[in-house]
Design a protein around this ligand. Structure first.
Ligand code: SDX
Length: 425
């Protein structure tokens, strides 16, 4: 029972409305407004700026301090000491795995990396120049057509099998989106490779060459997946939860998350950052773009800057910035002109009053695109990489919601349209 209370006094109401206030383990308290509907009142929060849509134990963000914790572990420590599959286990199960649990989970994932051969036909139907996110959204949604054996959402084993399947198959499908676009044969996953190494092999390997993936690039790819693994109730995760609250199958839920992530204000920003850097073209043009970003009459935004929650550095951007140095150094492109423009843009923006006043810092998308481009991944595939990394977060939130009592999500509105009027006689 809540100890703290809030009182809401509304003009015209005889007495104040008392509302319970709950505290989490950390972070802001919440006011439980569910009883307001009985008072004939809705709360109003377009964009859900100050709305807690659920309870969760998975990820905590302190935007003011630039803190990101997965099950309590700081993202910087996970990036330095863990790997993507271990972080997937942590997000799904709540604790880091023992050595034997980690091996067992890696083997479980390994057993599910292939997709049904029929899925190859889906790709044959897409034009070669189809956007990879369009293909990914379609084929992930279609996975439910293949897995009738595990669609009982009330069965924890079914939910965990679906979680393993989507995590394992996403890199295979991501690589297939790329191969279809370049007209090369699909590569099969190799069971003797690590998760990120396998992905890069399926991306850049061909049946004509022996597998060869640089350990530095595999590690960088694994860390990029890890840094994207989850991020509280962001737009795509909230979409997955809302879809899941109707009881639909997990593959349809993940496909809805992919669709939401695609937008340039969300996961599509990494692709938009590269397009912006190409458009800037030279350090001498940066000031003009900064002016455009500040001009209210110009829809241009500085892509890769700003965040709904972070009003400090996005801790993931700090880690990714460091990886940039390593990857560009390994590839001998540490003089990459785009990287130089990005660093100069970051410096200028962080000294500009407009950005300082609005606490607009580089976010996770600002540098990730530069690394992905250096690795050889085409810009159009960047958000597919984001989706591959975010899949464990999406499915962990879906599983958490279904593991506890929940109701179908059904927001209301402030209606401002016509009141009742009769059809003209
Ligand atoms: C991701 O939610 C998550 O956790 C998302 C994510 C995840 O891991 O899931 O972290 C991943 O989506 C990161 C964000 C990637 N998007 C971009 O980089 C696109 C560029 N950023 C903006 O579109 C914007 O900053 C958002 C969408 C990220 C945040 O939008 P908000 O919170 O609604 O902020 P806002 O639009 O209210 O901006 C507040 C002010 C406005 O100016 P004023 O009206 O106060 O004068 O800041 C300005 C905005 O115009 N502003 C920017 C800006 N971002 C905000 N001005 C110029 N360039 C920008 N990038």
């Amino acid at each position: 029972m809540s100890e703290k209370k809030a009182q809401l006094t509304i003009d015209g109401k005889d007495s104040p409305i008392e509302l319970p206030v709950y505290s989490g383990s950390t972070g802001p308290d919440v006011v439980d407004v569910r009883s307001l509907v009985g008072e004939g009142i809705f709360t109003y929060d377009p964009g859900f700026v100050s709305t807690a849509a659920c309870d969760s134990d998975i990820t905590y963000i302190d935007g003011g301090a630039g803190v990101l914790l997965h099950r309590g572990y700081p993202i910087e420590q996970l990036a330095a000491n863990s790997d993507f599959l271990e972080t997937c286990f942590l997000l799904l199960n709540g604790e880091l795995p023992s050595a034997e649990d980690k091996t067992a989970f890696e083997n479980q994932i390994r057993q599910h990396t292939m997709v049904d051969e029929q899925i190859h036909q889906f790709f044959r139907g897409f034009p070669r120049n189809a956007h990879p996110m369009a293909m990914l959204c379609g084929v992930v949604g279609a996975l439910s057509a293949f897995y009738h054996d595990t669609l009982d959402n009330d069965n924890p084993q079914h939910r965990m099998t679906a979680a393993v399947r989507v995590i394992a198959k996403m890199p295979t499908l991501a690589a297939m989106c790329f191969k279809h676009g370049v007209g090369q044969p699909f590569m099969y996953p190799q069971n003797d490779m690590g998760f990120a190494e396998n992905f890069l092999h399926m991306m850049f390997g061909t049946p004509c060459d022996p597998p060869r993936v640089s350990p530095t690039l595999s590690k960088a790819m694994d860390t990029i997946f890890l840094l994207h693994a989850d991020h509280e109730q962001n737009a795509s995760t909230s979409t997955v939860r809302l879809a899941g609250s109707t009881g639909t199958n997990p593959y349809a839920c993940i496909a809805s998350g992919i669709a939401a992530l695609w937008g340039p204000a969300h996961g599509g920003a990494n692709e938009a950052v590269l397009e912006m850097l190409y458009e800037i073209g030279d350090e001498s043009n940066i000031e003009d773009f900064i002016l455009r970003a500040k001009d209210k009459d110009d829809p241009f935004r500085l892509m890769g800057f700003g965040h709904r929650v972070y009003k400090n550095y996005d801790p993931r951007a700090t880690v990714i910035r460091g990886i940039c140095d390593e990857v560009l150094d390994e590839l001998g492109s540490d003089n990459d002109p785009l990287f130089r423009i990005a660093r100069k843009l970051e410096k200028i923006a962080l000294e500009d009053e407009y950005f300082i006043e609005r606490k607009l810092f580089p976010n996770v998308d600002f540098y990730s695109g530069i690394i992905l481009k250096a690795i050889g991944i085409p810009t159009s595939l960047f958000t597919v990489i984001f989706a591959t990394g975010r899949t464990p977060g999406w499915i962990a939130h879906w599983n958490e919601m279904l593991s506890n009592p929940y109701r179908i999500g059904r927001p209301r509105q402030l209606y401002k349209g016509h009141t009742k009027r009769d059809y003209p006689a």
